[in-house]
Design a binder for this molecule. Structure first.
Ligand code: MG
Length: 372
């Protein structure tokens, strides 16, 4: 039984299946020995039962069929190894099967498909236009699927079938009086079957492709220091006090970057106690944070920020700050936003004793195969 985050993988698709319109109930077929482990997870789905599977796929489907609620009109068969079932694909399969007798989620192959002989020799390359890769769900009129499985068990035990579409098709061919067709409906790349180790990596990372991060910093305004915000030196009678250049905006953005990637905070990576950062240009610190985030497999999608300062007026410097921040992070200025506000005379920022900054960043998981 496959698991993800300590929970059985079948829960992912079960949550969608159980909510499909008209769903009366079902069976979760698990390998022998897993029944007790799986059952507690079904507490929220009283119409679904855990059933022990058999040695072959069709034995497991048969076991599931025996456990279905009575008088169902359609049966949907789905692989638990395809955990991410888009709602609309489930609905489409049910709707089409109600009309035709059978429906299967399918995708056109991206590669050329060939028949290869025993010795590896390519024998035939059929035209790609008519080819489909069959996924699940596979939905059938209940009576049709039951008859096909009974036929297999009682009359054709040696028939080689890999899925229910293959079985029902073989049954229909031998029983021309039986009504029914199986239609291919548009499947989804999200229905990828967890088969190989790299599929497993994909499943683990799915749903974790975005991360948001929040950063905040405040420094005291004192005389005799330059005012540097977002890497831009801004004329003012005072500047920010700190071990480095005390650029609150760079610090807030760097902290947001690190937080989003789960890499801690700037205090941890660039400590005040480290003489290397005495008087340091905070753009360098921001550049290093961005590199760490990239090395961890993330792309920076957007940065938004706000500087809280009673004075000076920051409006004329916003573009320059966005440009400097973008350059330090290696992204486009169009992905960076700097805003400024006063504190209405309240608190340390309002009294002109300090300037603070907040930043929010969005990271996107780098696509497989994309340039680093
Ligand atoms: Mg700071």
């Amino acid at each position: 039984m496959l698991e993800r985050g300590g929970k059985p993988l079948f829960l992912e698709s079960l949550a969608v299946l159980a909510a499909l319109p008209g769903m009366a109930g079902g069976a979760v077929v698990v390998p022998e020995g897993w029944e007790e482990k799986a059952a507690p997870w079904l507490a929220a789905y009283p119409a679904f039962r855990v059933v022990r599977g058999g040695p072959q796929r069709h034995d497991s489907v048969w076991a599931g069929l025996q456990a279905l609620p009575e008088e169902v009109s359609l049966v949907l068969v789905h692989d638990a190894a395809r955990p991410f079932l888009p709602w609309d694909v489930g609905e489409r399969c049910l709707a089409e099967a109600a009309v035709w007798g059978g429906a299967v989620a399918a995708l056109p192959p991206a590669d050329t498909v060939a028949t290869v002989g025993e010795g590896g020799e390519v024998v035939k390359v059929p035209p790609r236009r008519g080819l489909r890769l069959l996924q699940t769900p596979q939905v059938f009129r209940a009576s049709l699927l039951l008859k096909a499985h009974r036929w297999l068990r009682e009359e054709k035990p040696d028939l080689e079938v890999t899925d229910d579409v293959g079985l029902v098709l073989a049954y229909l061919r031998e029983h021309p009086q039986e009504e029914g067709r199986i239609v291919a409906v548009e499947g989804s790349h999200h229905l990828r079957k967890i088969t190989y180790p790299w599929d497993w990596d994909w499943a683990r990372d799915r749903g974790r492709s975005f991360r948001a991060g929040l950063g905040y910093d405040i420094h005291r305004l004192v005389e005799g220091r330059p005012l540097i915000l977002g890497g831009v030196t801004i004329p003012h009678d005072r500047g920010l006090l700190g071990h480095s250049d005390a650029d609150v905006l760079c610090h807030a953005v760097a902290d947001a970057l690190l937080g989003a990637a789960g890499l801690g905070d700037i205090g941890q990576h660039f400590p005040d106690s480290d003489p290397r950062y005495h008087g340091a240009d905070s753009r360098q610190l921001l550049r290093r944070a961005a590199t760490m985030v990239r090395d961890a497999g993330w792309e920076i999608a957007s940065v938004d920020s706000v500087v809280v300062a009673e004075a000076p007026r920051l409006q004329p410097y916003k573009r320059a700050m966005e440009g400097e921040l973008a350059k330090a992070m290696g992204i486009s200025p169009s992905q960076v936003s700097v805003k400024a506000t006063t504190h209405e005379g309240m608190g340390p920022q309002g009294r002109g004793e300090a300037i603070s900054a907040q930043a929010v960043v969005l990271l996107v998981k780098r696509e497989e195969g994309a340039m680093p």
